[in-house]
Every structure is written in structure tokens, then in C-alpha cells.
Design a protein around this ligand. Sequence first.
Ligand SMILES: [Zn+2]
Length: 91
Amino acid sequence: MNRTPHKTTKPADTHFMRRSYIRKKICRFCADRNLKIDYKDSKLLRNFVTERGKIMPRRITGNCAYHQRRVAKAIKMSRIVSIMPYTSVNY
Ligand SMILES: [Zn+2]
């Protein structure tokens, strides 16, 4: 067995470096049991959308999968009842 080893073209440490910036956040809803996800609570939901009204991904919000799902659903529901915007207009 005299195989030439594969040349691995792994990216440099840049990828790892970029990730090390991000501090691991804990899920807000898991940390605070009293905090309830309510589609009427626009103040709370506002924390989970971007300025333009997009739902923020889990890696930014730090929510756990379960609560991110709940938040996303709440935002979508509040959009339907027009509490939250689908997209924000430039003021
Ligand atoms: Zn959670």
C-alpha cells in the first residue's frame, strides 16, 4: 500500500478565527421561564427581527431550536394581524 496521500485543501484558520469572535449565547426563553412568547408582544418580538423586519437566524439570537421555532411562528402570526411589519419602510 503505497498510496500518495490526498492533498487536503482545507481553508486556513480564517474560518475558525471568524467563529471564535461569536460568543455563545443562551436562549433567553430557557433562561427566563416567565418570559412567554406572545404574538401580541411586539416589544419582545422586535428583538428577533432585523431593522428591515426579517426574522433573525438562530445563530444570532442564540435561541434554542424549540424557542426559535416559537418565535418565528409568533412573528409570522403577528404579521398577519399586522402588529409586526413584513418589511419596514424607510422613514
Ligand atoms: Zn429555549
